[in-house]
Design a protein around this ligand. Structure first.
Ligand SMILES: Nc1ncnc2c1ncn2[C@@H]1O[C@H](COP(=O)(O)OP(=O)(O)OP(=O)(O)O)[C@@H](O)[C@H]1O
Length: 310
């Protein structure tokens, strides 16, 4: 974990009390976020939680109902062409230019930007060199998505929005895409905001993860911090002295292991501690919200906090 939030540098994305209502329906009820330069940040949440709404507000495509938003130092509602050129979008629904050839399309998009990537180099980077002369509508789903990514980054954006980027990727393509995102963040300092339903992808790629549930950020931090905040329980497994397999869930596995050792005559057979996964944490958060047991007490993910409030 880097020292994001402690540098005093203006975050790339700063959101305070963001509210959004569609008619009578409150979708966002006071979202706070700080996302810093070079950070890969994942926004998770159940269907209909408001992830796309949030991202569209940040991209300047949707007008918010309330709150403050700054993206690259500008309110997206007032962002002009120069601001937009600093942002890359990889949307879910890009379906234009079917009859163009891959290299032609990328070269054409490059002309919109002052300092674009070299199209041939970019095709190599996303693994599409062999498809350079192919018509867009002859690409496979995964190849098409790689082209979407190439189009999203051709202008050397400082900030890249990735909306469910690897849907339809095979495992190899997904792996290569993850390497590409890591490279963009690490080598070029690109800030990435990713929405995904793939928890393994979020865990693999993101420096920090925010969980948007019930119109608020319910938790924000590294996967380990989220697990602590959710107090999701670890599972301890062992084989008892009479040979019976045992398992117990606990928030304090080291105490349980210590107790086991205190009462045992020798080593504990097959002892195993399984820490809560991001999926455990996520499901815990979503269930807590559904049951109305979340206090909504202001711990909603001020991303400046290195360790979220317990
Ligand atoms: N233009 C709109 N008019 C009215 N309601 C909308 C509009 N767009 C979204 N909504 C509603 O707002 C809520 C949030 O939608 P949004 O698409 O932001 O969720 P999401 O978290 O991106 O969901 P998913 O994971 O399914 O993509 C949903 O209940 C949706 O029906």
């Amino acid at each position: 974990m880097t020292a994001f939030g402690r540098t005093g540098v203006q975050p790339v994305i700063r959101v305070r009390e963001l509210a959004m209502a569609y008619g009578d329906a409150d979708v966002l009820r006071g979202v706070d976020l700080d996302i810093h330069r070079g950070e890969v940040f994942a926004l998770l949440g159940p269907n209909g939680a408001g992830k796309t709404t949030t991202v569209e507000i940040l991209e300047g495509f949707r007008q918010r109902s309330g709150g403050e938003v700054s993206v690259l130092g500008t309110d997206p509602e007032r962002g002009g062409d120069a601001w937009r050129a600093r942002i890359g979008l990889v949307l879910q629904s890009w379906r234009d230019h079917r009859r163009w050839r891959v290299a032609e399309l990328l070269t054409h998009f490059a002309t919109y930007y002052p300092d674009p990537h070299d199209p041939a180099e970019l095709l190599a980077l996303v693994g599409l060199t062999d498809q350079a002369g192919r018509q867009v509508d002859r690409l496979s789903g995964g190849q098409r998505r790689r082209l979407d990514v190439a189009l999203g980054i051709v202008g050397r954006p400082e900030l890249l929005f990735l909306d469910e980027p690897t849907t339809g990727f095979d495992p190899q393509a997904r792996h290569e895409f993850h390497l590409l995102v890591e490279q963009l963040a690490r080598d070029e300092g690109v800030t990435v905001l990713l929405t995904t339903h793939d928890l393994a992808e979020a865990e693999r790629l993101a420096d920090r993860i925010a969980m948007l549930v019930g119109g608020r950020i319910r938790a924000c931090g590294t996967p380990a911090e989220l697990a602590r905040e959710a107090a999701a329980q670890a599972e301890v497994r062992w084989t008892a002295e009479d040979g019976t397999p045992r398992r117990e869930r606990t928030a304090d596995p080291s105490r349980l292991v210590w107790e086991l050792h205190r009462h045992a005559d020798g080593p504990i057979a097959d002892l195993e501690v399984r820490r809560p996964t991001l999926e455990d944490t996520y499901l815990h958060m979503v269930h807590r919200e559904a049951e109305g047991t979340d206090g909504a007490d202001g711990t909603d993910g001020d991303a400046d906090e290195e360790v979220p409030a317990a």
